[in-house]
Design a protein around this ligand. Sequence first.
Ligand SMILES: O=C(O)[C@H](O)[C@@H](O)[C@H](O)[C@H](O)COP(=O)(O)O
Length: 246
Amino acid sequence: MNVNIFNTADEVLTALADYFIKIGSESIAARGKFTVALSGGSSPKKLYELLASTSYADQLDWEKVFFFFGDERNVPQDHKDSNYLMAKKALFDPLLISPVQIFPVDTTFEPAEAASKYWEMISAFFDDGELSFDLVLLGLGDNSHTASLFPHTPVLHDTTPGVKEVWLEDQQVWRITLNAPLINDARYIAFLVYGEGKAEALHHVLEDDEDIEEYPAQLIDSISGETEWFIDEPAAANLPQEEDEE
Ligand SMILES: O=C(O)[C@H](O)[C@@H](O)[C@H](O)[C@H](O)COP(=O)(O)O
């Protein structure tokens, strides 16, 4: 696990965009395709817009990129809270990504069925035995959740790769999420964490003793690949200063 701290959010976004292109180019060269599970929320929107900008749009063979989602809210795909809709507007539409390259969660099903169908689709996409995303992009919630691995939810105790529905009692909503074993099978995992509002959660996840019930993001570390944290100074405010500075 590498912690990369940058002065500003813009530097974080540029570094992660460069990393995305690097991993994507290597994946396409090695296996003819690049499979990525996108993060939702507000942080990655600027990353997706940067990747779709003239600075990056011609740096990758986008026709060989296949997009999945690390998690999704249990809302229609045209709902303002949909992670798919955010990525569609910020990334897919500007890059003219073909729908055949995009694998959204089908939230027309009840949550449990939507989760099982998403798992079936992921399993069918990957050749037997090769079930691992090239890259999983993740954010960090201020309660130390990532994807939809929320504190004190049953999915935290999964021991085999899969996709599960998650009930959020406080928000009275369902979500669908890749579980930690599936995320940890990825060749590369990249966390995007910027802004002072993340400082407390980041300290809990990276510095506190392991407590996955309270700090679920502690579950995440690529088993055989690379886990990189892309962080700005405000989010790193509570970390020991010896974390490597970029
Ligand atoms: O669907 C989601 O909301 C994300 O997958 C979630 O895990 C997100 O990464 C964190 O909640 C941080 O969200 P922000 O980037 O909006 O702070």
